[in-house]
Design a protein around this ligand. Structure first.
Ligand code: CP
Ligand code: NVA
Length: 307
């Protein structure tokens, strides 16, 4: 296992499945792991707001017998008050792992390069790997497998989209992304995933038309149009993304029985209509629950004895 978990692409195909399998075991038999990280402490650095990520890492550590310490944006002032490397050299003296949610991905990379302890990416502007692992766990549970599926992502080619692409490349899941011009997933992510996904049979189509993307899809995924840090672009994006809303009409173009996915928080009436978000096809709270189980598995593999 790698020291850090900064990207799904840090994991080999074997490790990717190992995380999901361990997450299923942790979910089925949580009591078996209740002392697995006894005496261990996780530092949680947050430079952006959170509900799910903070709760699931903190509750996850408690359920594994360890503890977590929350550091808010005003506490650390990463890069302003101290460099990521100096922060790493402090935290590694007191705690056993670091979880970081920040802006530039390079901050998480610098922190991990300096730290002797594992660093877990809990969202950067570029990636949200823990989310994608929880999402693929959810797909596996709902659909019984991953390699024969098609996942459609509709909207902004953002951090969540990038990590889903990385996960799909490991799982061999076919993926189609529909995004407006200029908001497609980054070329470097797409090219690397296509290259690395050869061994699993991964195929990725990046298209303009949402109907084309969802056609034949087993799952339709969307995320907010303006991510944290892009608040000033909200109006402009709302205009550009208007035809990318996931509506009952768009869901009807997917495969019968297709699930609707969203990392949350969601905005009803913007990227998804309330009817879809609140419909029986929606698995958004299963995804949120699975953040807990998958992150427990990741922490066990990085910070515990389970290798
Ligand atoms: N999905 C997700 O990461 O949620 P939070 O921003 O609330 O942590
Ligand atoms: N793309 C969103 C995900 C939130 C969990 C953001 O970065 O704000």
């Amino acid at each position: 296992m790698t020291k850090d978990f900064l990207a799904v692409s840090d994991l080999s195909v074997y490790e990717f499945h190992r995380v999901l399998d361990l997450a299923l075991e942790v979910k089925a038999k949580p009591r078996r792991f209740r002392r697995a990280l006894e005496g261990k402490v996780l530092s949680m650095i947050f430079e952006k707001p959170s509900l799910r990520t903070r709760m699931t890492f903190e509750v996850g550590m408690l359920q594994l017998g360890g503890e977590a310490v929350y550091l808010s944006p005003s506490d650390i002032q990463m890069g302003k008050r101290e460099t990521p490397a100096d922060i790493a050299h402090n935290l590694e003296r007191w705690t056993d792992g670091i979880m970081i949610r920040t802006f530039a991905h390079s901050i998480a990379v610098d922190l991990a390069a300096a730290a002797r302890i594992p660093v877990i990416n809990a969202l950067t502007d570029m990636l949200h790997p823990c989310q994608a692992m929880a999402d693929f766990l959810t797909l596996k549970e709902k659909k019984g497998g991953l390699s024969a599926l098609k996942l459609a992502y509709v909207g902004d080619g953002n951090n969540v989209c990038h990590s889903l692409i990385n996960a799909a490349a490991r799982a061999g899941t076919r993926m189609a992304v529909a995004a407006p011009k200029g908001y497609e997933p980054a070329d470097e992510i797409v090219e690397r995933a296509r290259e690395e996904g050869r061994e699993t049979g991964f195929v990725l189509d990046v298209v303009r038309n949402p109907v084309e993307a969802v056609s034949g899809a087993d799952a339709v995924y969307t995320d907010v149009w303006a991510s944290m840090g892009q608040e000033s672009e909200k109006k402009k994006r709302a205009r550009l993304f208007a035809r990318y809303r996931v509506t009952p009409g768009l869901m009807a173009k997917a495969k019968p029985g297709a699930v609707f996915m969203h990392c949350l928080p969601a905005h009803r009436g913007e990227e998804v209509s309330a009817e879809v978000l609140d419909s029986p096809a929606s698995v958004v709270f299963d995804q949120a629950e699975n953040r807990l189980h998958v992150q427990k598995a990741i922490m066990l593999l990085l910070m515990g004895k389970a290798k």
